[in-house]
Design a protein around this ligand. Structure first.
Ligand code: COA
Length: 388
């Protein structure tokens, strides 16, 4: 399939800004994307906007036109909800629009306002991404659900809290110099192991935080880029998406995330690559175990092997396959509706050479993003390549 160029990217800093609305955050991200592309809102022919918990956090539904207005656009605009994969799905819809020839330029991304809620209310809002009829009635929360997956993984394949801690330590280290990240703080093994328990085996540092933030990406056809002289050396060359049973108890094996595996297979086939071609990855580490599950589903590791990847130094900034050089959800932050778009923004900059950690991947040509909803009941995978 034809490439879709990443013409411009923008993100707000992720973190705590409880006084700012989602529309305000998205306006900032979109403005940065326009500046990055040296284009204005007048070129945008459609908007896809990811958001998950706006009704809960801001009593705000009908967010498509809200996002378009915030971005200064008069065009069809649709909200996309796939829980924490909402803006990944929005990116994918934009890709399809451009590829089909229905639009030359599409604005995609998302926003989430979370920290105006208490942790308890935020946890309840996020819980709506699980199966309300069964899992929520049983009292499950997202730290709880992923801890079940982690404990079963340990039981089947080995691995322990220290393996998870290495993932958190790596991602915090990657975020130290990333101005857009929520935490610019390095942590060590003692910090992780001594932190308060959230849900065994997870302590505070195994969890992504509650965050506010927005991301925006201008996707454009190669013809538009050429005609308007836009500097857009990175393209999305492959995309995939799939689903799984919403509830964990309906899955055959909670140590595997087949929606991600199928999404990756689609994306690789679409791009004409294999997992061996990937130089760098931004994956959905909402909890430390999720990074290991992602790397296995992406075909970058055999099943049961990725748990030790960070400990062995293979996925660290100086490793063979750097993972989450942005800091990941763990340290960059996780405003859920903005996360998939933020992965595209960060990976584009890493590949273009204008990210603070770009030097670690100066020879990289192929990158992958993995954005998951709920306990990976939905997943979007995109392949990015340097094409110019
Ligand atoms: N990692 C590192 N530090 C964190 C953190 C995290 N995940 N969450 C909070 N902190 C820090 C805060 O910055 C604050 O530090 P300070 O005292 O220096 O200012 C301190 O810990 C307390 O913050 P607070 O917001 O009161 O924490 P909390 O105990 O209410 O919430 C969690 C912590 C882990 C329970 C909460 O962040 C959470 O629920 N995370 C998971 C979110 C989630 O499920 N997302 C969806 C994934 S599918």
């Amino acid at each position: 399939m034809s490439d879709v160029r990443v013409a411009g990217v923008g993100m707000t800093p992720f973190g705590k800004s409880p006084e700012r609305t989602a529309r305000d955050l998205f306006a900032e991200a979109a403005g940065k994307a326009y500046d990055d592309a040296e284009l204005g809102p007048d070129v945008v022919e459609e908007v896809f906007f990811g958001n998950f918990m706006g009704e809960f956090a801001e009593t705000q539904g009908h967010q498509g036109p809200m996002a378009a207005k915030a971005a200064g656009v008069t065009a069809p605009a649709t909200r996309v909800d796939s829980a924490c994969a909402s803006s990944g799905a929005a990116v994918r819809m934009g890709i399809e629009r451009v590829r089909s020839g229905q639009a030359d330029v599409v604005l995609v991304g998302g926003a989430e306002r979370m920290t105006n809620l208490s942790t308890a209310d935020g946890t309840e809002a996020l819980g709506a991404a699980a199966d309300a009829l069964w899992e929520l009635r049983a009292g499950i929360t997202f730290p709880g659900a992923y801890s079940l997956m982690a404990n079963r993984y340990f039981h089947e394949y080995g691995g322990d809290r220290e393996d998870l801690a290495h993932i958190a330590i790596k991602n915090h280290a990657n975020a130290v110099n990333n101005d857009l990240a929520q935490f610019n703080k390095a942590i060590d093994m003692d910090d992780v192991l001594d932190a308060p328990t959230v849900c065994s085996p997870f302590g505070l540092f195994d969890c992504s935080p509650m965050s506010d933030g927005a991301s925006a990406i201008l996707l454009a056809s190669p013809e538009f880029v050429e005609e308007h002289g836009v500097d857009a050396p990175v393209a999305i060359t492959g995309t995939g998406q799939d689903s799984d049973n919403l509830a964990l108890h309906d899955r055959d094996d909670v140590t595997k995330t087949p929606a991600a595996k199928r999404a990756a297979e689609q994306a690789y086939a679409d791009a004409g690559i294999t997992s061996d071609d990937i130089d760098v990855a931004e994956v959905h580490d909402c909890f430390t175990i999720a990074e290991a599950l992602a790397l296995e589903s992406l075909g970058l590791y055999e099943h049961g092997e990725a748990i030790g990847a960070a400990r062995r130094g293979e996925t660290t900034i100086d490793g063979e396959l750097p993972v989450n050089l942005s800091g990941g959800l763990k340290a960059k932050g996780h405003p859920v509706g903005a996360t998939g778009g933020a992965q595209i923004s960060e990976l584009t900059k890493l590949l273009r050479g204008d990210h603070v950690n770009s030097d670690a991947v100066s020879d990289a040509e192929v990158g992958v993003t993995h954005n998951a909803g709920g306990t990976v009941a939905s997943c979007v995978v995109n392949v990015l390549e340097v094409v110019a």
